[in-house]
Design a protein around this ligand. Structure first.
Ligand SMILES: Nc1ncnc2c1ncn2[C@@H]1O[C@H](COP(=O)(O)OP(=O)(O)OP(=O)(O)O)[C@@H](O)[C@H]1O
Length: 223
């Protein structure tokens, strides 16, 4: 039986302890299949970034479980296994700021590979990721601040793709871009998901963008 790439059941988050404990994410259930895109929307403070961080493995849920390809991905207090960490990759909001400024894009891609997927053939992976991300290979020698906003977003997508993920988590990936570039980057994320079979989780305030996803989940702040 094939499993969804991502499945979350009853995932919630709280901060603080005792009388100061406060729920910051109400229980969420969702599933994303290979090649599908799921938009997460909700008012400011509803917990969208908290949910994205849990799925990225950056935070533990207080309740519930996240499964990746049918296997538990996060359980409270459990570190992600190094062997599976490459499976979930983030596409950041401010792409240039997410790179180490003094490294070229090529060096950053090499570092991602050696840290997360050392078993993959580096040069082939970099060439393929740049191609899928439509990142001009001539720009691989540049540092992040030497790229335009759209080029930096494509570089960030290449860095996410280079380790062969099963799921991309994009938290407001276009909000730092002008409308024309944002439209191209969004289009490109959808095409990448469809063409590669990678699942896409898109956190956005943009309802037009959400409407273009395969499915849309609106979350509300805990009461
Ligand atoms: N480390 C933390 N400690 C305490 N409260 C937190 C922490 N991180 C986030 N919060 C609170 O959790 C709630 C959800 O925050 P989150 O950033 O997930 O919302 P969001 O839906 O992504 O908001 P936005 O659309 O404004 O980015 C907010 O009320 C926020 O103040």
């Amino acid at each position: 039986m094939s499993h969804p790439v991502l499945e979350a059941s009853g995932v919630s988050a709280s901060r603080g302890t005792g009388r100061n404990a406060r729920q910051i994410l109400a229980p969420v259930c969702l599933a994303v299949e290979a090649g599908e895109s799921l938009a997460i929307t909700g008012a400011s403070g509803a917990g969208k970034s908290t949910l994205a961080d849990i799925i990225l493995g950056l935070g533990d849920p207080s309740t519930g479980q996240v499964n990746l390809l049918g296997t538990p991905w996060s359980l409270p207090g459990r570190n992600l296994s190094a062997r599976r960490r490459h499976l979930v990759q983030g596409v950041p909001q401010d792409a240039a700021a997410a790179f180490v400024p003094r490294y070229s894009i090529r060096t950053s891609l090499h570092l991602a590979l050696s840290r997360l997927a050392p078993h993959l053939a580096a040069e082939e992976q970099i060439e393929r990721a740049a191609h899928v991300a439509r990142f001009d290979p001539a720009l691989l020698a540049r540092r992040p601040r030497e790229l335009s906003g759209g080029q930096a977003q494509r570089a960030a997508l290449a860095r996410a793709l280079v380790v062969d993920p099963a799921l991309l988590v994009a938290d407001e990936p276009t909000s730092a871009l002008d409308p024309a570039t944002a439209g191209q980057v969004a289009e490109h994320l959808f095409t990448t998901a469809k063409d590669t079979g990678i699942a896409l989780l898109l956190v956005t305030h943009d309802l037009q963008l959400a409407a273009r996803c395969s499915r849309h989940l609106r979350i509300s702040a805990p009461r």
